[in-house]
Design a protein around this ligand. Structure first.
Ligand code: NAG
Ligand code: NAG
Ligand code: NAG
Ligand code: NAG
Ligand code: NAG
Ligand code: NAG
Length: 802
């Protein structure tokens, strides 16, 4: 046979593939074992995402683990006994005849085993989910690795009251560290630093109570799960989503060695991980990173350091913290003890006493007179705030922190301030408070890969190597066409724009909040110009009684909503009490100014605004990832750009201010009198139909050119809304088929320059939208449909009009 002939090649490839498939299996039979020595000792999940076997730590040390096959650094998601690596030679992971899966070291010591002895376990199998399961002959699962997570939770892996995610000790080091995620006794999911000497809960924000943090204590099921879509939900009402939420992306939720809990998404192309959510947005919020007495210094590279008078307990292991270089005395005489101040620094928690409006001297006296006091924190912001500390823990130094920590030291200790805080170890590194978002390429490849994968097999089966080549060509071609470049660019632009701003930055860009654009229920809006030249509208929110993470979660949801008829949110700021939202600046102010004051809006523009607003609302109600009810649709919230394209403002804020009260129920009436649907007054649940009602009022006002939402007093029937009277009048006119009724209704300022058909449609829609019975109101989707139909019609007949 000619070795160059296609059929020869085909056979060769086929044989190679057969060899490969027989090599990577996903199960282990009873009585067989895996070893580190030969490379065949790896189980691979059917879709090849996960591998299970001996994972080399370098040298001759191995762990029996499950890892992502295709991530660049083969990310480990589970380990049998993470604290005890085994020898590369002679170690085995076996499914013994008695049904137990056992890991043994070279000298046959049992390092780890499952409790499945004499249960009839027949095979160990690695599933596509990354779960290693032991099954009996009938396929019943007797044991699963999902019940024993280490530091990582995979999608569909249920997190329960008995489980914990425990961090590793360092980057790429798998032994158990001190940070964990767990369900606390009060049913709340928390992060804790649980070190050798001290433990300290640091998430959710300990400065707020459970409800302010958006959680609940009253569901004792203590269960949480991350789904395939990238949404995490827990029985304590913690809910968050990956910023790239959607199917087909590999994710993991990991308790990182630096104490932060992060959700990662795998970039299939590069094999690298991107952070798609994280529990703590600011460095310095994780506790215990530098141990007792240690300080995490951000200057700007975060490092561990010891305060004056202290030295590292064990250089190289910062979890042990710093120890005093002196013997503590209980003296309260300033001849024996002194206080050394370290600026911009604090130790969180462990307060002996907290007092307000005290002088520094009084605060010092409190610490001096208390034998347990090892220092005090003093802040001059507002009045003097004084915290006396029993234990120095969770120390951090950040350039913008407005307080000073004063350490109580014996007079004899030499401690000059500048000599200190020379960070020695970059262990307390936290990523900056940035959201890193995957590129668009993460979205497109999965499904297509699978389909074309079948195609390869088909091509091989019919034994035509040429087809193979053509198929590859096609694949490349199609793959390139799959993502329209504009979409990709759009996505990237979108992702790079949403970010966190600092208060100082906003203060500067708004010239200290000089130019006020408007003021609404949720706060005042100011004009600003960012450093990159973009004009923005900065909204200062009033008091929101909620923790930072809740705020961040809500805001990032709003930040992801993008539609041409919605005002784009570019970012937010959350610092101390300040909560601000940064929006694109829309040129031509709000619709009310154009309708009800000296400006004038022509018919074409009015129709455009009606249609665009409907599109924006339809998107909020039906299309965007998290459905949003606006709750305050009115001309003041419809902004016009230079082309008179409307953009709806303030969407999503209803939800923001609703938190703190119970879950998603609207307990508090929102909206503006005159535009509010009648069900706000009754006890009915609030649905998207409240927006449909408000929209109806707005379009009727646009047609009529006056405010119908005003309350008027009528002589005969007492108080009645202008709107009701108007609707009655129109219905009567239609009923009696009065001629030229439309002309009588439409804004006389238009002087007859309008499209009759469009006007009739708008009036019809408007009236059905403001129906008292909400089930008779149309949906925004159908409104858009009707308007689109008469929009095109108008283009044809436009010259017929008057
Ligand atoms: C193994 O342990 C788990 C949890 O400790 C328990 O739920 C399960 O019933 C045990 N299985 C057997 C066969 O003892
Ligand atoms: C861990 O170390 C690797 C290289 O050793 C580095 O690329 C990665 O950024 C580190 N991760 C963190 C969270 O520091
Ligand atoms: C408790 O949480 C679980 C899981 O989120 C949920 O299914 C259940 O309905 C909740 N129970 C109550 C009483 O809210
Ligand atoms: C602390 O006290 C111990 C004995 O109580 C003594 O040996 C040691 O030298 C003292 N250390 C200092 C720094 O004074
Ligand atoms: C805290 O300090 C105040 C004086 O500012 C004092 O009256 C109070 O007893 C102190 N409380 C404790 C627990 O030491
Ligand atoms: C602090 O570090 C700088 C350089 O990083 C070094 O020059 C200086 O001597 C160090 N100071 C102390 C007290 O170790």
């Amino acid at each position: 046979m000619n070795p160059n002939s296609p059929s020869f090649l085909t056979v060769l490839i086929f044989l190679l593939l057969c060899f490969q498939t027989s090599e990577s299996q996903n199960f282990l039979r009873r009585g067989s074992s895996l070893s580190a020595e030969d490379n065949s000792g790896v189980l691979t999940s059917p879709d090849k995402t996960f591998s299970c076997g001996f994972y080399g730590l370098g040298g001759n040390a191995y762990l029996f683990s499950i890892w992502f096959t295709h991530s660049r650094d083969r990310t480990v998601v589970w380990t049998a006994n993470r604290d005890r690596p085994v020898n590369g030679q002679g170690s085995r992971a076996s499914l013994r005849r008695n049904g137990a899966m056992v890991l043994t070291d070279v000298d046959d010591t049992v390092i780890w085993m499952t409790n499945t002895t004499s249960t009839g376990a027949d095979r160990a199998e690695l599933l596509d989910t990354g779960n290693l399961v032991l099954k009996d002959r009938h396929g019943k699962i007797l044991w699963q690795s999902f019940d024993y997570p280490t530091d990582t939770l995979l999608p569909n892996q249920v997190f329960r009251k008995s489980t914990k995610l425990i961090s590793g000790v360092g980057n790429g080091t798998y032994a158990s560290g001190y940070f964990s995620l767990y369900f606390d006794n009060d049913n709340v999911l928390r992060l804790i630093y649980d070190g050798p000497e001290i433990s300290s809960v640091y998430w959710p924000d300990p400065d707020f109570d459970v409800f302010q943090n958006g959680r609940t204590k009253y569901n004792s099921s203590r269960i949480a799960v991350l789904d395939d879509f990238g949404s995490f939900s827990s029985s304590d009402e913690l809910k968050f989503s990956a910023i790239d939420m959607g199917f087909g992306i590999k994710r993991r939720l990991t308790m990182d060695y630096d104490g932060n809990l992060r959700l990662y998404s795998l970039n299939k192309v590069t094999g690298s991980w991107m952070i798609s959510w994280q529990a703590l947005m600011q460095p310095g919020k994780v506790h215990g990173v530098c141990g007792k007495n240690g300080i995490c210094v951000y200057t700007p590279e975060p490092k561990c350091s010891c305060p004056p008078g202290y030295e590292a307990t064990e250089p190289g292991d910062w979890s042990k913290g710093c120890k005093p270089k002196f013997n503590r005395t209980c003296s309260s005489s300033l001849t024996e003890v002194k206080f050394v101040g370290v600026p911009n620094t604090d130790f969180y928690g462990f307060d002996l006493n907290y007092s307000q409006t005290v002088s520094k001297e009084a605060c010092m006296k409190l610490c001096l007179d208390d034998c347990r006091c090892s220092g005090f924190s003093y802040r001059l912001t507002g009045q003097g705030l004084c915290f006396t500390k029993s234990v120095l823990f969770n120390g951090f130094k950040a350039p913008n922190f407005p307080g000073i920590i004063y350490l109580k030291l014996p007079v004899s200790v030499e401690a000059s301030e500048p000599a200190i805080l020379n960070g020695t170890n970059p262990v307390c590194r936290l990523s900056k408070s940035q959201i890193v978002i995957g590129s668009a390429s993460m979205y497109d490849t999965t499904a297509k890969r699978v389909r074309w994968g079948y195609f390869y097999w088909f091509a091989l089966a019919i034994g035509a190597i040429e087809v193979f080549v053509i198929a590859s060509g096609w694949w490349l071609l199609f793959r390139r066409q799959d993502v329209p470049s504009s979409l990709e660019e759009g996505y990237q632009a979108l992702s790079s724009q949403f970010r966190r701003f600092s208060y100082a930055e906003l203060k500067k860009s708004t010239k200290s909040f000089k130019e006020e654009l408007g003021r609404g229920g949720s706060g005042a809006v100011y004009k600003g110009v960012l450093a990159d030249g973009r004009a923005v509208a900065v909204k200062r929110l009033g008091d929101l009684h909620q923790g930072e993470e809740v705020f961040w979660a809500e805001v990032s949801t709003i930040g992801k909503i993008y539609h041409m008829n919605l005002v784009r949110m570019w970012g937010f700021c959350s610092e101390g009490r300040h909560r601000l939202l940064i929006y694109e600046y829309v040129e031509k102010q709000s619709l009310d100014k154009h309708l009800f004051s000296s400006y004038f809006l022509g018919w074409k523009e009015r129709f455009k605004v009606a249609l665009g607003t409907a599109k924006g609302l339809a998107y909020l109600h039906h299309e965007c990832l998290e459905w949003v009810i606006h709750c305050d649709v009115k001309p003041e919230n419809i902004l016009l750009d230079s082309e008179f394209e409307p953009k709806i403002a303030d969407f999503g804020l209803a939800k923001l201010s609703q938190r703190g009260s119970n879950s998603s129920q609207f307990s508090q009436i929102r909206g503006t009198k005159g535009y509010m649907a009648p069900e706000w007054a009754s006890n009915l649940p609030i649905t998207a139909k409240v927006d449909v009602y408000s929209y109806g009022v707005v379009i009727l006002e646009m047609v009529k050119g006056i405010r119908l939402s005003n309350w008027v007093v009528e002589d005969s029937e007492g108080q009645e809304a202008e709107l009701k009277r108007f609707v009655r009048e129109v219905k009567r006119k239609i009923l009696f088929e009065e001629e030229a009724w439309i002309e009588e209704i439409v804004d006389p300022r238009l002087k007859g320059n309008f499209n009759t058909n469009q006007a009739a449609t708008l009036i019809g829609i408007g009236i059905s939208c403001v129906d008292e019975d909400r089930s008779k109101r149309p949906t925004m989707d159908s409104v858009v449909q009707s308007l689109l139909e008469c929009e095109t019609e108008s283009e044809i007949h436009i010259t017929d009009d008057h």
